[in-house]
Design a protein around this ligand. Structure first.
Ligand SMILES: [Zn+2]
Ligand SMILES: [Zn+2]
Length: 218
């Protein structure tokens, strides 16, 4: 049983997931979550389906006893974030992640820094998922990222799917008052709420309720 039962990163048929919004909510209820976020990929939902996407999350959310938030997972590209203002305004929160191939950790961090100064961004998704492939940045480089996040009030998710960020990075977030969330990144309903790793590392790092971005719903 989770002490902070929430999952802020899940996908549905609105992008590359296989369950409906209702399916994800049903699974979250079954697992005893208090908060569920629906965060489909921006390049699927920004466009004609966007209004329907938000409407459907609101409709099913209103029928549920748990808190259901409408979010999105945007892409961080060399040109910035692909989440327009009008989209961010209609949503409860915006996650953005690096999904494109980069060659060095420095290239990856430059992309993340673009997100950290973008006012539409709330949470950085699966930070460091690329490091095993491109190499790990130095402590100094990571400190620059932490400083920007702290200065701009950005949060990081603790991703049970990718098992990132690293424990030391999470400890540093907590020390600096940078908020955290738990994320399954589930693409199928049964995976919703699979955030055991997130909570384990959060607690190991000394995390308390007040270190969570959405503590008021938990
Ligand atoms: Zn992602
Ligand atoms: Zn995702």
């Amino acid at each position: 049983m989770l002490g902070f039962p929430h999952d802020t990163h899940t996908h549905t048929v609105y992008s590359d997931g296989i369950g409906s919004i209702a399916d994800n909510i049903a699974s979250a209820e079954e697992k005893g979550l208090k908060l569920l976020g629906i965060t489909d990929h921006s390049h699927y939902v920004v466009g004609k389906t966007f209004n329907r996407y938000v409407r459907e999350i609101r409709r099913w959310g209103n029928e549920s006893e748990i808190t259901v938030l409408a979010g999105i997972e945007g892409n961080i590209t060399p040109n910035g974030i692909d989440v327009p203002d009008f989209v961010a305004k209609k949503l409860d929160y915006v996650i953005v992640s690096v999904h494109e191939w980069v060659d060095t950790p420095e290239e990856y961090l430059e992309l993340v820094k673009l997100a950290l100064i973008d006012e539409n961004v709330d949470v950085i998704g699966h930070f460091g998922a690329n490091f095993p492939y491109v190499g790990f940045p130095s402590v100094e480089e990571l400190n620059e990222v932490l400083e920007l996040a702290e200065a701009n009030g950005k949060a990081f998710e603790i991703s049970s799917r990718y098992r990132v960020p690293e424990l030391d990075f999470i400890r540093e977030c907590i020390k600096r008052g940078i908020k955290l969330t738990f994320a399954s990144d589930a693409h199928f309903p049964e995976g919703v709420g699979n955030v055991g790793w997130s909570e384990k590392v959060f607690k190991k790092a000394g995390g308390k309720r007040e270190d969570l971005l959405f503590e008021e719903f938990l």
